[in-house]
Design a protein around this ligand. Structure first.
Ligand SMILES: Cc1ncc(COP(=O)(O)O)c(C=O)c1O
Length: 310
């Protein structure tokens, strides 16, 4: 399930393309010591109409939003970064890939205050399959409530997709794997459901969708926003509200959303079977719609797709 990174290709690094093996940082880079970086995870899909990046603008917007929250000045415009992302895919000759842009404080001095450190920017792209496994998209995964709570907005700006925040996710993932589960579900500091370590979560009850609201310490996912829109357009009611553990355990269906996880059903949480213990009806509808959209089969949502090779 865990795919090793490739060892060849070109990486965009501070405005130029370098060989994969040469895209290195100094061990005394600020970002390595203090987690001072922001990044994105984006997908490019190979479709019958060509290669398209899903919601590129929204991802790049979020990266600059994350940087702003950490007072980090990315030395490129959003337009330049979007162009660089497309060029990186083209130069690597890929039709479908995962895209990882990152901006971090680089090598200059060491000390928590980053003022004076350069902001280094890199973009890597590589072929990538399904994150939780092909079978997960069909049969669903087994999750556990993590004993680690999701980071709290009183401590860190949770809407930033920042490097250091992922220590929280790392603990939750390790916890889940050690207990024999596929993935963790984290609660917020008030005990309400927040999200997975790299996914947002939805529950379905009587054909209404429920998802934790922004106040539940979530990263506002771009897949989450897309699924809310697709579900409403399909005639489902979607309610954003604080969700309890009990509501999740007694839901008819539960699923994760995310760039990596796409739309992944959850069939069990801590030994409790969710609904029928397999992908539910509403999840199937949402999943089908989502894959139609990302695969350029729905004309109405071509506005979410950025062509790579024009
Ligand atoms: C903590 C966390 N929550 C949610 C998500 C889902 O966000 P998106 O749908 O934008 O990928 C991600 C992935 O980026 C994440 O890392």
């Amino acid at each position: 399930m865990v795919e090793r990174l490739p060892d060849e290709g070109k990486i965009w690094y501070n405005g130029t393309f370098v060989d994969w093996k040469d895209a290195k940082v100094h061990v005394l880079s600020h970002g390595l010591h203090y987690g001072s970086g922001v990044f994105e995870g984006i997908r490019c899909y190979a479709t019958e109409k060509g290669s398209f990046i899903f919601r590129l603008k929204e991802h790049v917007d979020r990266m600059y939003h994350s940087a702003r929250l950490y007072k980090m000045d990315i030395p490129y415009s959003e337009e330049d970064l979007k162009e660089a992302i497309k060029e990186t895919i083209r130069i690597n000759g890929l039709d479908a890939c995962y895209i990882r842009p990152i901006a971090f404080y680089g090598y200059h001095h060491l000390g928590v205050n980053p003022t004076g450190c350069p902001v280094d920017v890199a973009i890597a792209v590589w072929r990538w399959g399904t994150y939780l496994g092909e079978e997960a998209l069909e049969s669903g995964i087994r999750c556990t409530f993590s004993s680690w709570r999701r980071i709290d907005p009183k401590t860190l700006p949770v809407t930033a997709k920042a490097v250091g925040h992922y220590l929280n996710s790392l603990l939750a993932v390790l916890d889940a794997k050690e207990k024999g589960f596929d993935e963790a579900i984290m609660l917020d500091s008030d005990g309400y459901v927040a999200e997975g370590p790299g996914e947002n979560i939805f529950a379905v009850k009587n054909a209404t969708l429920y998802t934790p609201e922004a106040e539940s310490s979530i990263l506002p996912g771009i897949t989450r926003a897309s699924v809310i829109e697709l579900a409403r357009e399909s005639g489902y009611e979607v309610v954003e509200k604080p969700l309890t553990k009990e509501e999740l355990l007694t839901a008819d269906e539960v699923f994760f959303t995310g760039t990596a996880a796409e739309v992944s059903p959850i069939r069990e949480i801590d030994g409790v079977r969710i609904g029928k213990g397999k992908r539910g009806e509403v999840t199937s509808v949402i999943q089908r719609k989502f894959f139609d959209v990302v695969n350029a089969r729905d004309e109405r949502y071509m506005r979410w797709l950025e062509p790579v090779y024009e």
